[in-house]
Design a binder for this molecule. Structure first.
Ligand SMILES: [Zn+2]
Length: 369
């Protein structure tokens, strides 16, 4: 932003000078131009026309930079950030992959907030209410199997997202090697990446999702009942899931049983009806994959009651979040969340009000994690 303001000040000063030079009655400047630039009155008139043209352009540019809110395309390019982060949990290796990030206007998206709360809490975190949310996915290497938690977005949300497959390949894994994808919920920032156009991105993987979640998004009856504003979500969900359903690769589950040794799905409805966490344990260590139990660290750790417009049932989502926070703080285990700043892995601690967030320590040896 500061760069934009610097550009704006330069344009203003330049425009002010030109403005003076163009004034018909400014004899002092006219004499100055005649003397130092050896211009006749005709030449001055001629140049005045161009100066005015430049002036108008300068003013327009200054005004547009100052008043127009910057769109994503205007001030952002897609930066080549590192897209993977490895951690060890007991005997297993977990690799966080970035699908990218996307600007979110928390003032518009967060609900059940107090007036001014979002601004205050984001400022406290040296952020603005428009902040980029990460989209993360996690690869688990367990007993020779490659299991992915959530699948990114593919091409649904623009060029700053959809980088999961490229980041996997860069880290040495091919999407076709994936044995299973555990879906926390069927929103397309988590399932969009299952398909690239009409091609399965993970052709050899079974897709695991709770029966409740699959029933909600994939049943014809629910689709017919859904209000018009939700219909596009149903359409997109079906577009990305149906090829796997047709190929017999969709595995729905009930809670209470491990899907693989050490991997237990945990009900956490609210954000969507069948939203699930995945609890992974190895050698006495534990991590809980949280999916979309939260969307803003700055706001929702401080105030867990704050909800988001994407919640299908906001009150239930807030309850689930508070239970999840309390359990993670008490149990002191790792959590990983798809929209916390990449890699989105860390611990939380209860504070007098709200919770503190402690992101994972950067390491290349796995010691001290
Ligand atoms: Zn999401």
């Amino acid at each position: 932003m500061s760069k934009v303001y610097r550009r704006h000040s330069f344009v203003s000063v330049f425009s002010a000078f030109l403005n003076q030079a163009c004034k018909e009655d400014n004899d002092l400047i006219k004499k100055y131009i005649q003397k130092y630039f050896k211009m006749t009155n005709v030449k001055i008139l001629f140049n005045r026309f161009f100066l005015k043209l430049i002036l108008s352009f300068g003013v327009m540019m200054g005004a547009s930079l100052y008043y127009a809110p910057l769109t994503f395309a205007q001030h952002t390019k897609v930066l080549a950030q590192p897209g993977s982060y490895h951690m060890l949990l007991g005997d297993i290796e977990i690799i966080a992959f970035s699908d990218g990030s996307v600007p979110q206007d928390l003032d518009k998206l967060l609900t059940n907030t107090q007036p001014g709360e979002v601004k205050k809490l984001t400022e406290l975190n040296f952020q603005t209410p428009v902040v980029e949310a990460s989209v993360n996915a996690y690869l688990l290497k367990i007993n020779g199997k490659l299991i992915l938690v959530d699948a990114g977005t593919a091409d649904l949300y623009g060029p700053s997202l959809g980088h999961l497959p490229a980041n996997m390949i860069r880290a040495g894994y091919k999407p076709e090697q994936i044995d299973a994808v555990l879906v926390t919920h069927i929103h397309t920032d988590h399932t969009g990446g299952l398909m690239a156009g009409d091609k399965m991105v993970f052709p050899n993987a079974d897709i695991y999702v709770s029966r409740k979640e699959a029933d909600y998004w994939l049943s014809d009856e629910n689709y017919a009942k859904a209000p018009a504003r939700l219909k596009p979500y149903f359409d997109q969900a079906r577009l990305k899931m149906t090829p796997y359903v047709k190929a017999g690769k969709l595995k729905t589950y009930e809670y209470g049983k491990e899907l693989f040794p050490g991997i237990l799905p945990v009900a956490s409805a609210g954000h969507t009806p069948g939203h699930s966490f995945y609890q992974v344990t190895s050698n006495g260590e534990k991590i809980m994959f949280w999916g979309d139990i939260m969307h803003s660290a700055a706001v929702q750790f401080a105030d867990p009651d704050v909800t988001i417009v994407y919640d299908v049932d906001p009150a239930t989502a807030a309850q689930a979040r508070k239970r999840a926070y309390e359990d993670a703080a008490k149990g002191k285990y790792w959590i990983a969340a798809d929209h916390l700043s990449f890699p989105g892995i860390g611990h939380i601690r209860k504070r007098e009000t709200g919770y503190g967030w402690f992101p994972i320590n950067y390491t290349t040896s796995g010691v001290g994690q």
